[in-house]
Design a protein around this ligand. Sequence first.
Ligand SMILES: [Mn+2]
Length: 420
Amino acid sequence: MVNFLHVSDTHLGCTASDVRHMTIKYLNMNFQPIEFDFARAYWKIITYAIEKKDEIDFIVHSGDFYHYPFLRHPHPPSEASRNIAVKGLKRLDRAGIPTIIIDGNHGIFHSRRTSTIQSFEVLENVKVFTFWDDLINILQGNKKPLIYNLEEKDCIVHCFPFVNTKYLGSLSEDAKDEYLNWLKTYSISPKDVTEIGITHGMKLDETLPAELLDKDFDYLAVGHNHHFEKISKNAYNAGAIERWRFDEADQEKVILEVQAEHGELPKVTPITLDSRPMLSTIIDANTDDPPSAVVEKVHKYLNIHKLATGFDFDSAYRVKIGVKGDMPHTFWARFNAELTELYNEIIRKDDYNILQFSIGRISDPITEDLELKPGEEVEYLIENPEKDFRKFIEKISPEDYDIDLLTKLFSEAVKRVEDT
Ligand SMILES: [Mn+2]
C-alpha cells in the first residue's frame, strides 16, 4: 500500500487584471496580488507535506505547475514564483519526499520546445515528465514508457503529460496517430505492484483520452479542470489550489490524500485549502434611470456583503460585477465615466475591502451589434458562454435547428479559442 498527496494546477505566477497596485512581501520575495494567493497556497501544501513526511511516500503533481507562459502571454513565470517554486521543491527534496510532476497546458515555451519545469530535475528526488523532452521522444520511436519506479514501495507511477491532439496534428501528419496508438497499446504490468497514473486533461475539451480512463490503474491522478471532481471509481481530478477565474467563485479548493493498493479501490481524502473570497454578480441597468442609479445599486450590493469596512489585504475580496440591460449606446457612454470613477474609488482608495474589482457591461446579443465598443471587455465578463448562447438561440427560436447541437458546437468553438 502507498500513501501519497495528489496536488494539481498550482499555477504559480498567476496574475489577474483589475487588481490594486501593490507588492506583497512574503518569505522575503515580492509578489503581485493573486500571484501571492497561489504562492501562499503552494507554500502551505509544502509545509503540510513536510509535517506529514513520515506518513506519505511521495507526491504527484498533475500539471500546470506554473501559470505562464500561456496562449497570448508568452512571458516566463515571475522571479518570485520561480523562486518560491524551487525553495518549496528543495524542502521536499531534503525531506526525502519523491515528487513527480508532469507538464500541463500552461508553462511551456512551444517556440523554444521546452518546459518551465525542466530545471527541477537538478533535485535528486524530483522527477519531471514534459511534453517536448519526453512525450515527443516517444512519438519519435523511443517507446520507453514514462515511469517512475518506487521499487521499495512496490509502486510504479506512469506519466502522461498534457497533449492537445490538434496541436500534434499540426506538428506532423503521423504524430496524432502515433500518440493514440501509444496510449491504446500501453500496458501496465500484470505484476503485484501498485500502479498509479498521472495525466492532465478533461473530457470537455477532449484532452482526457478514454484509453487512459479504461486502463486498470489503482489510482489515476488527473489535473486540468480546476474544480475537484471524482471522475470514475479510480480517477480523481484534484482541481487547482486557488481560484483563477470568476467562474470558480463557489469552488472549494483542495489537495487529495490518497491511499492506494494493488487491486483495490483508492481511499481519497480531500484536504481543504483556504481561498480568497470571491463574489460575482449581475446588476440590471434600467435605461429610465440615470447611470448614477446603477452606481447606487453597486454600492448597495457591496454594503450588503459588508465590504465598506476599509481595506485589509488578508481578508480582501475579489469582486466581479456585470451590468446588464437594454442600453442604448448613449447611455453606456455616460455610464462609462461614472464607472471609471467608481472603479477608482474602490480600487485606489481604502474604503472598501476589495483587492480585485472587475466591472463592465454584459451585452445582450440580440439588441447589440456584434462589434465591440471601445473599452469593452465582453469576453472577460461572460460568466457561462454556453448558457448565454443557449438562451440567445432559444430566444430567436430557429425552429428547424437542433438547439442542443448548436450549443455543443458553440461550446467546442469557445473551448478551442480560450483553452484552460
Ligand atoms: Mn490549469
